[in-house]
Ligand binder design. Sequence first.
Ligand code: 9G3
Length: 573
Amino acid sequence: MRWTRFFSPTLKETPAEAEVKSHKLMLRAAMMRKVSAGVYSLLPLGLRVTRKVERIVREEMDRTGALEILMPVLSPAELWKESGRWAVYGKELMRVEDRHGRFFALGPTHEEVVTDIARGEVRSYRQLPMTLYQIQTKFRDEVRPRFGIVRAREFIMKDAYSFHATEESLEETYSKMYEAYTRIFKRCGLRFGAVTADSGAIGGDVTHEFMVFAETGESRVFACKCGYAATEERAEGGIEKRAADEEPLPLEKVSTPGMKTVEEVTAFLRKEPWRLLKTIIYNSDGEYVAVLMRGDREINEAKLAKVLGSSSLELAEPEEILKVSGGPLGFSGPVGLKGVRIIADRSVSDMVNMVTGANEADAHFVNVNLGRDFEPAEFHDLLQVAEGDTCMKCGEMLTSWRGIEVGQIFKLGTKYSTAMRAHFLDETGTERPFIMGCYGIGITRTVAAAIEQNSDDDGIFWPISIAPFEVHILPTNMSDPDLVATADEIYRGLLDRGVEVIMDDREERPGGKFKDADLIGVPIRITVGERGMKDGVVEIRLRETGKTTKVETAGAVDAALDMVRDLKKRYEV
Ligand code: 9G3
């Protein structure tokens, strides 16, 4: 490809709206342009990278025996009503109406449609297991689209769905997918971890997320040397016990004028923050729940939502708190709290002589004790884990890192097949619901994650496996006919050998061309310069390391070809 015949309108300035490296660089390197909030066009460079990621994903999916299909973007409301999800998802699910007044979702994922295919076409256990996948554009009306293609409203996803007669069969496909994902992300040149994660509203239980290590990632992972790794939503941790063996003292009501926060109340009463038992009132699908947590720790709302089975979980408004507890915000407590479900974090069972709100303005109780003064309905793990908490597997301290989620695999079980009556006949002729798994990869997000990991202030350094081109030829002076002829010769030589080459044949100053080369990040650059021409050499430079070698012009094609092969080996698995 000749730059002058290509479409790569690079930018010198960093667009102000971009917060993270990948977003900035995808705009500056002319990989994409914004069309509307969270909606982007991929330009030639961006599409070339995307297609390479897709190709790797296809190869690895095909290798597992999964079969490629293509489902429509328009997903009939009727199917979503059958699964119950038409009502579960609010505005995030984009809906359109046709001329007949029929409703459709713009597909955010395809469990319903694929389950409909299976129930219509698969009769017998002999046809199982079966895995179908597609690579397709998905729609989700994110509350806050950001980070460019990382959290977009329209994006490309690979989604796969497997159907099984037995749990063992699901287990087998799940591990195959785990291995395929590991190969895919290695081949894309990413550094990543597979962590156990929360399944959220999708249902089912067992899930792993594949997270690319990145400081700018939206997900936090807690991990231990022993191999334990879980997302923030799911992570469990041990915390130091407090006050478990103290003698209970008599309950007392004290005045705490204007003291609302844990810090204010405990400082005023000269107690440690962990003495306070926080009482937070939530509205879970219209039902009020009081949640008790030790004052020095936070509630993990993902865990709480799971325990409660909530579709919508929100903090109660001050007026609601008044109605439910009789007291204002900041003075809630479990003593005498009636008509509300009370749930406590399991650490609360060790607490003695606690401080709690008295459900009236400017008053708290001290020396509150479990059993004597109040009784929570149930204990659950609701703790938001923090660094330094201990691993539940081995007792060592947990550390944390941030990442971008690029893939997730789930065991769905029979949630969708039961709801949609998708059945097959087993060996005994009995009708049974399919056991299902589903497996996603954010294709466009993977491109962005690769940039987060493989870039510096000057631009991108692509792993050659997903680079838009393999070699970048940079003639420094387009008005020197000998120099141009030499560059052309190398260009043709590489093309003849099947190398993907871009040649910057613009009549620009070398400085600008070097800047653009660093920006778009082709792994190998060949500079054909005036000084080198005198000595019969060209300069070959690796973008990632900056390592430069001079080679004789006549051997440039072979030398570059060797480097291409060497670099490719790094990403073979
Ligand atoms: C929706 C909307 C947003 C959603 C979903 C449904 C996330 C939804 C989870 C998944 C799970 C798997 C198949 C590939 C692997 C991941 N956001 N999820 O189901 F209606 Cl608006 O998509 N799906």
